[in-house]
Design a protein around this ligand. Sequence first.
Ligand SMILES: NC(=O)c1ccc[n+]([C@@H]2O[C@H](COP(=O)([O-])OP(=O)(O)OC[C@H]3O[C@@H](n4cnc5c(N)ncnc54)[C@H](OP(=O)(O)O)[C@@H]3O)[C@@H](O)[C@H]2O)c1
Length: 342
Amino acid sequence: MTHPQNLRVVLASRPVGRPKATDFRVERAPIPEPAEGQVLLEVQTLSLDPYMRWRVSDEKSYAEPMQIGDVMVGGTVARVKTSRHPDWREGDIVLSSAGWQHYALSDGSGLRRLDPEMAPPSTALGVLGMPGLTAYVGLLNIGQPKPGETVVVAAASGAVGSVVGQIARIKGARVVGIAGGPQKCAFVKEELGFDVVVDHHAPDFAQKLAEACPDGIDVYFENVSGHVWDAVLPLLNDFARVPVCGLIANYNDGPADRRGPDRLPATMREILSRRITLQGFIVFDFPKEQEDEFLRVAGQWIREGKLRWREDVVDGLEQAPEALIGLLEGKNFGKLVVRVGD
Ligand SMILES: NC(=O)c1ccc[n+]([C@@H]2O[C@H](COP(=O)([O-])OP(=O)(O)OC[C@H]3O[C@@H](n4cnc5c(N)ncnc54)[C@H](OP(=O)(O)O)[C@@H]3O)[C@@H](O)[C@H]2O)c1
């Protein structure tokens, strides 16, 4: 389907706490014309990711904040609709960063051609994309799981967590997933093949996690923070490694919400006495060669049936704000994407 106008979603106001639908605005604009050296991209699939909550805030972080009125940022799979660039042909399917809109111009930088024969193009936004790479580099560089060790991963049914757990199993670790609710837990255990899964909504969650980790925890892949971290910390073994990937339970908090009782001295005591390594990381901290290696290795695991994934597909760009709000509350089930085109 060709759209006569460019529908796009812009940031209308900076969310305070939980974002509201009115923090976003749907606009219509003329479809832009590519100049010499540019291509016009027609977006097919938009990735929704937790980092978007950081980008709409103006608190200091690893990335520049978006400005009010900017088109919402986001990874996309798009089709080259018109090309005035020597390297790109009409009909090419590309990984791109077109954001929350139907059409965008690109000068070709940052585009990656996708082969729909190799894998469904939307996997370039999930298992074979930024979330999969995050799992790979965070787990292998920082977590360094060894055969027989216990690896625990939070948000285990999600885009990053599902890949972390499956890689840890491939590396010979015993893998315990943490997920929210019976459906997600069943998926993690039965479809992804984790050894054990624990539901963090259960009233006795901390006790259940302790029972699931009789030898303690050697690697904890942190995606969530909050009450999940509280249950994990007492179980960490001497020399445990903690890749700090995400803290989604806190993303809607402002500075005032972070002024709780000061538990830092107690936490630091645990870190020192058990010689725990915590390392925060961002996916782009690692060399480009690791991304090439990841694409090669993960592609092979997928062909061998060792790496599986689940997508949560929302239809229509207008639904993106509510879907992002839901992602920050655990409403998605699998890698969240928006079908923008056909
Ligand atoms: N460092 C990096 O470079 C990098 C890159 C990509 C992603 N990340 C981080 O990795 C984490 C996972 O991202 P993803 O893309 O894979 O998302 P996802 O796991 O597909 O979706 C988010 C999941 O987080 C859980 N969640 C959401 N709100 C929560 C809350 N308030 N309390 C507890 N759990 C909550 C939910 O799972 P349950 O219902 O199972 O709890 C939800 O399904 C995020 O923290 C993200 O920021 C970091």
